[in-house]
Design a protein around this ligand. Sequence first.
Ligand code: HEC
Ligand code: HEC
Length: 381
Amino acid sequence: MNRTIVLLAALVGTTAASVAGPVAPIALSRGCPASFALEQGRCRLHTPYQDYASLAGAGVGGLKAGLPAFRDGFTPAQIDLGRYLFFDPVLSATGQVACASCHRPGHGFADPRALSVGVGGHEVRRNAPSLWNVGFLQKLFWDGRAHSLEEQVQGPLYGEREMGTTPGKLEAALNAVAAYRDLFSQAFPGTQSIQSTQVYTALAAFESTLVSLNSRYDLYAHGVHDALTTPEIEGLNVFRSFVARCGECHTPPLFTNQQIAVIGMPEPRGHALDPGAGAVTGIPGLRGGFRVPSLRNVALSAPYGHAGQFATLRETVGFYTGGRGHAVPKGEHLQLHWHIWEPHLSAAELDRLVDFLATLTDQTFLPATPTAVPSGLPPAT
Ligand code: HEC
Ligand code: HEC
């Protein structure tokens, strides 16, 4: 017995000594996060919405609408490695900015600052959106310019105002950390030297696990009628009414139809019009267009809009009843979406909408924030 303890202590001592930096050896998880099942070594999502798959794509949704295609199939080790990378500022040029600096777990993985701030204190042009349910999105960024998580992640990594690194610097920074060399060989067996593409895969793997489909609204959708209160059901009814038309674009169950819509939300004071998808696609009719954001966990992710123009949900929903085009700058002729109209919602109806939106809050599967990251730098929280 005693001998075993001594032996163990010696073993731990040797391993710790062979790892540079202050971080103890980390064994990556061998199991999938909650709501995923391990199938042939890979994590696959399981949700009751998959039983409604036959209705997917049926348009406006309804309570039992199915989900769009989902990005799963990563290994437990890749997902867990992605979690460390997400919180580690070693990924940025200055060692000070992590993904989690702008996508804060305590704020729905969004940024409480209207405009995010990256390396060197540079302000970026837009608000950092929530990352809950990004694994379902076919178009990423406010203007829909990226089409996979792996493509998207190169935006912040190499953006001068975000993390400001280059593929070469990123690989050098990670290969210099013994703990990362070990973790990458656990997640990608056979790794000789860490590649930037492995970083994209691991971050995508982690992001794909940010699934939020267990809110009180979901219970209601699955048939638990008393999961919502009377004012919340009134709010749901306003939301899906043909007068307010919210559900035409913010289609359940993700509360986005993933399309680009020109709705004419204002810019922050003093900012020129953000052309959004108009600039990306070159299509004049999409000037001022943005991908419809999901409203999952929206009560946690203030402020709202592509530039964080609105401080509260009440102000945001109030925009929709201000009159079609009321916030479009003079001289601009945006082709506003036909579902943006003049619903003349009362103050009470707007309050009920806010009540309803709060029923979409669900952080059951909030991943643990690491207390230490492999680089030994202070993790972002
Ligand atoms: C400096 C702040 C900042 C950092 C750091 C940052 N992001 Fe973002 N992120 C943003 C902003 C701002 C946007 C929206 C930009 C746009 O739409 O043009 C965004 C958008 C996204 C999106 C698209 C979400 C959607 O709904 O389309 C994903 C996914 C994402 N970031 C993941 C990451 C990951 C992973 C990292 C780390 C490698 C990261 N971000 C680092 C600010 C940041
Ligand atoms: C024509 C499609 C469309 C309709 C109808 C619509 N929205 Fe939106 N919604 C959008 C788009 C696009 C954005 C992003 C606009 C921007 O940032 O400039 C948005 C943004 C929002 C946001 C901010 C989300 C965030 O994370 O910042 C909320 C909240 C919201 N809508 C709620 C509603 C409600 C409530 C209604 C009904 C009264 C509604 N929407 C009707 C397309 C629509």
